[in-house]
Design a protein around this ligand. Structure first.
Ligand code: ASP
Length: 349
């Protein structure tokens, strides 16, 4: 090959072809779909799945210390919470949405008599049960909740059905139960929710005329697609008035999720969580004050304490940062992030 003759042709080729290649690469990048985090990825590319995902759970906050929990129950709490975390992670791994995983995990915790949600719910002053639950999808900002129900075995499923199959956010009492029946959810007699442990708590509370809480369950999830969801379920507070509704089914108080900021599930003295819009306040401080989830939740939970509001929150931000904050002596809590060991703790350690 004669190099001197070829040189001008090569020069022309480089001058005209190089910009073409650069332009088409640039176009390709901008035609790729953006996911919820604004990250552009090829649709077929499995790397589009987030590398950080996982879940956080709580089983209620309260002023309890190791001596308040019967030693033989500790392994039971640990086993149940560990199973819930593994079940949730399996769901995420197989591609379930954050919302599906929240419902799956809370349903499992509702079926355990250890917690004040579903089976094991507290008694009202009249010795009845009135259960509340809610879920919120951070991707769509759709939410569903039920309050004051006594015949739905898993109120969290009813909350999910309200989200998916109605134009409403919150259904209460008989209306919520009729709806659940029509949705073919499992119905039970109210006696199903009763446990000896909670009956004794009511007897004690009646003697002292006080209202007590503890044992509400909650779950927040960041799934493989970077979507957040939150859910909470409770029997409320021991010795509560018939008809009383706490923060758990109130979106923005006990539960909140928004892909732009975080997913939060709360537990504690519900009236305070409603009045201070706790779950939404954390998200709002992240959005408007640019605080981290850690700073926002610390600020909100400590402020709540100064007003006399006992309790805590679990949460996750869109990058998988986990928080578990409480202003009480203990909170049943745990989390499981992709690539890490699950962690469970109860006390202030
Ligand atoms: N927040 C619930 C309520 O006030 C109780 C709890 O979390 O323990 O109904």
């Amino acid at each position: 090959m004669n190099w001197d003759k070829t040189k001008p042709y090569l020069f022309i080729l480089v001058i005209f072809l190089l910009p073409l290649v650069v332009i088409s690469l640039f176009k390709m990048r901008h035609e790729l779909p953006a996911n919820d985090n604004g990250i552009r990825t090829a649709a077929h590319d499995t790397a589009a799945e987030k590398t950080v995902y996982g879940l956080v759970i709580h089983g209620g906050a309260g002023n309890f210390t190791p001596k308040d929990i019967p030693a033989e129950l500790i392994p039971e709490y640990e086993a149940t919470m560990s199973e819930a975390l593994h079940m949730g992670m399996k769901g995420i791994e197989r591609g379930d949405s954050a919302l599906q995983v929240v419902v799956l995990v809370i349903k499992y915790l509702e079926d355990s008599p250890l917690f004040n949600a579903g089976k094991g719910s507290v008694f009202t002053h009249e010795g009845t049960h009135e259960l509340d639950a809610s879920v919120m999808d951070g991707k769509t900002k759709m939410a569903g909740a039920v309050a004051g129900v006594s015949h739905i075995k898993n109120p969290i499923e009813a909350a999910q059905c309200v989200l998916a199959h109605t134009n409403h956010v919150l259904l209460v009492g008989e209306g919520a139960e009729n709806f659940a029946r029509n949705q073919q959810l499992q119905m039970v007699e109210p006696g199903y929710f009763s446990t000896e442990k909670q009956r004794k708590k009511l007897d004690d509370a009646l003697k002292k005329e006080k209202k007590e809480k503890m044992g509400t369950v909650g779950c927040v999830v960041l799934d493989k697609n970077g979507n957040l969801a939150a859910g909470t379920s409770t029997g409320g507070m021991t010795n509560k008035m018939k008809g009383r509704v706490g923060d758990t089914p109130i979106i923005g108080a006990g539960t909140y999720a928004d892909n732009q900021t975080c997913a939060i599930s709360a537990t504690g003295h519900g009236e305070f969580f409603i009045r201070y819009s706790v779950a939404y306040d954390i998200a709002a401080q992240m959005q408007y004050l640019n605080l981290s989830i850690d700073e926002a939740s610390e600020k909100v939970i400590q402020k709540l304490k100064t007003f006399g509001g006992d309790g805590g929150v679990i949460g996750m931000d869109k990058n998988g940062k986990v928080i578990m904050k409480f202003n009480t002596l203990g909170m049943f809590r745990g989390y499981y992030l992709k690539g890490q060991e699950p962690a469970i703790s109860f006390f202030n350690d």
